[in-house]
Ligand binder design. Sequence first.
Ligand SMILES: C[S@@+](CC[C@H](N)C(=O)[O-])C[C@H]1O[C@@H](n2cnc3c(N)ncnc32)[C@H](O)[C@@H]1O
Length: 207
Amino acid sequence: MTQSFIHIESPNYLRAGELASPADWPALFGNDHPLALEIGCGIGDFIVKTAADHPGQNFIAIDFYNKGCYKTCRRIDAAGLPNVRVLREEARQFIVERIPKGSLSAVYINCPDPWPKKKHRKRRLVNRQFVEFLAQYMAPEGDFYFATDFDDYGIDVAGMMTAVAGFENRLAPDLYRHELAGYHLSKYMRKFMAEGKRIYFIHYRKA
Ligand SMILES: C[S@@+](CC[C@H](N)C(=O)[O-])C[C@H]1O[C@@H](n2cnc3c(N)ncnc32)[C@H](O)[C@@H]1O
C-alpha cells in the first residue's frame, strides 16, 4: 500500500532545493542565534518542547518522512514558535549541502531506526564514521545528544564515542544514563518506556 503524499503549507517548512549551499541560516531565521539540528524529528514533539525552552537558539528539524514533517509543522505553527524550521531531507545529504562547517551548536538524534538484525547493522545512522563526519559541522563546544531504547545500539554508540577524538563525555564517569534531567521525551521514548524498556542517553561536547 502506498501512502499518500501530504502537501505541507507552513511558513516554517523549507524546501532544501530552494536554499543556497550552504544555506544562509541567519537570513532564514532573521537572526544569528546558535543553530541546532534534530535528525529524524518524527512527529516533532521533542523539538517543539526543546525549542520552546530555548528561544535564544534556532532549530532545524529534519526527517525524510513526509507525514512526520507535516505533523512537526502543525505542532510548531500551533505553538507559534519562531525558532524552528522543518525540512524533509536525508541527514547526510542535507548536512553536506546545507549546513556551514563549524556551525552547529547542538545535534539531537532520538531513537534512530535500530536495524536490529545483525546483517542490517551497517545501515544504522550513527557510527564512528558518521560522528566524525558530523564533527566537521559542529561548532566548538557543540553538544551531541543521542538516545535509543535499543540496548545494543546504546552500548555500541557509548563505547564508540570514547574513541572519537575531540569530544568530551558530559555524563562522565558514566558512558550513558537512563535518565537525563531537562531532556524532553520523544514519542518513541515514551512508547518504549511504556513497554518497560530503558532509554540510553548519551551526551558529548565537542572540545
Ligand atoms: C524511530 S523514528 C524516531 C522519531 C523521533 N525521533 C522519536 O524519537 O519519536 C526514526 C525517524 O528517523 C527518520 N530517519 C531515519 N533515518 C534518517 C535519515 N538518514 N535522515 C533523515 N531522517 C531519518 C525516520 O523517517 C523516522 O521518522
